[in-house]
Design a protein around this ligand. Structure first.
Ligand code: EPU
Length: 343
């Protein structure tokens, strides 16, 4: 097939393609609906050699400038049950599907397991890139394998969990394979029998409030949606990219030192002996909640979320983020690391 069949837009405005609602132009935006489309880009006389930037749901990116790289908007669709094994349902979805719609659909079909990950913005293809996680479950806990196309050779490959190098909001796709490999389909493993994950404080609170100690998957889904709606701004109404910083992990000594000075600090011991601190608490403690720098602000109900108060630029968001990093470093000696990709 000829390269002219690619769906290409020149000087495309990306404002509607990122949940922060930040303005930026893509010199070239190519929409990809299949592995074959990706190969058409790879074989293209001009786009083939150009640097590439892969855009999923645009929910984890801060655009600070126009993009010269060829921006690839992933629109591979489709959802299906691949296998009903005794120990798990294996479900496959195209990278362009909405993550939350997939979660809702699997529950409707009677395949529970993704309920703790309800309402996370973004696409299915972006989920493994940053190993999305919430309320005690991470994508890696439900991951089977994924299909990707190599952006240099055009070859399709299937990649397993070990190769993905999943970490806390991290994977090989944010590191060595960034811009080099395009995820087209993701397969999830939903274990049978289903086991609820209820250890997270907010969910324990729901159990106590409702007197329901044995919620089913649908109930957990509804609780997670309610908790998220109460704390996190809906990107359709207020531009944002979810948590802006990762929760920092410190040594027990460092933590003891900080607790000595700030006994209230919210912290969670990790299996390896290190301690995870709540970045939202640190930012809140520095007085940032509800504050603004230009048209970028800190969300009133969750200090970990930066928001676009209307017409903000990526530069304003980054200026605010730097100011927050400096004040948290000044008071606690901790360097906060941004979670979204800053471009
Ligand atoms: N806190 C404050 N002030 C604030 C915000 C938080 O004191 O302004 C305290 C809270 O009271 C709580 C603690 O900090 O005791 C942690 O807050 P929360 O439970 O809301 O979770 P989080 O650490 O802010 C993380 C993830 C979220 C995920 C939730 C639930 C990161 C960076 N964020 O948030 O993920 O939904 O846990 O599991 O790990 C995302 O990655 O975009 C995201 C939203």
């Amino acid at each position: 097939m000829s390269a002219t069949e690619l769906r290409v837009e020149q000087r495309a405005n990306l404002r509607d393609h990122n949940t922060f609602g930040l303005p930026a132009l893509a010199q070239t935006l190519v929409r990809i609906g299949s592995d074959a489309d990706v190969r058409r880009v790879v074989d293209h006389p001009e786009y083939g050699r150009a640097p590439k930037f892969i855009l999923g749901g645009g929910s984890n990116v801060v655009l600070t400038r126009d993009l010269q790289a060829v921006v690839i908007k992933v629109e591979v669709m489709g959802r299906r049950l691949v296998d009903a094994r005794d120990d798990a349902w294996i479900v496959e979805a195209g990278a362009g599907e909405s993550w939350h719609d997939l979660v809702a659909w699997t529950l409707e079909q009677g395949w529970p397991g993704l309920e703790n990950l309800a309402l996370i913005p973004g696409s299915v293809g972006a989920a493994p890139v940053q190993n999305i996680g919430a309320y005690g479950v991470e994508l890696k806990d439900r991951f089977e394998s994924l299909d990707a196309v190599d952006l240099v050779t055009g070859r399709s490959v299937t990649i397993d969990a070990a190769t993905c190098h999943f970490g806390y909001r991290d994977s090989i796709f944010k590191q060595a394979l960034a811009g080099k490999s395009l995820i087209t389909r993701v397969r999830l493993r939903l274990p049978r029998p289903w086991q609820p994950v209820l250890g997270y404080l907010d969910l324990e609170r729901k159990m106590a409030e409702t007197g329901n100690a044995h919620p089913d998957a649908r109930t957990i889904h509804d609780w997670v949606c309610a908790i998220r709606r109460a704390k996190l701004p809906d990107p359709a109404a207020i531009g944002n990219a979810g948590s802006f910083f990762k929760n920092p992990v410190v040594s027990p000594e460092q933590c003891r030192d900080i607790i000595g000075r700030d006994p209230e600090i919210v912290h969670y011991p990790m299996p390896d002996g290190s301690v995870k601190l709540a970045a939202g608490w640190l930012i809140d403690a520095c007085g940032w909640k509800g504050k603004s720098v230009g048209r970028a602000g800190v969300y009133e109900r969750q200090a970990l979320v930066l928001v676009n108060r209307g017409g903000a630029s990526g530069a304003e968001v980054v200026t605010l983020a730097r100011a927050i990093q400096e004040s948290v470093y000044g008071r606690f000696g901790i360097r906060l690391e941004p979670e979204p990709v800053i471009v």
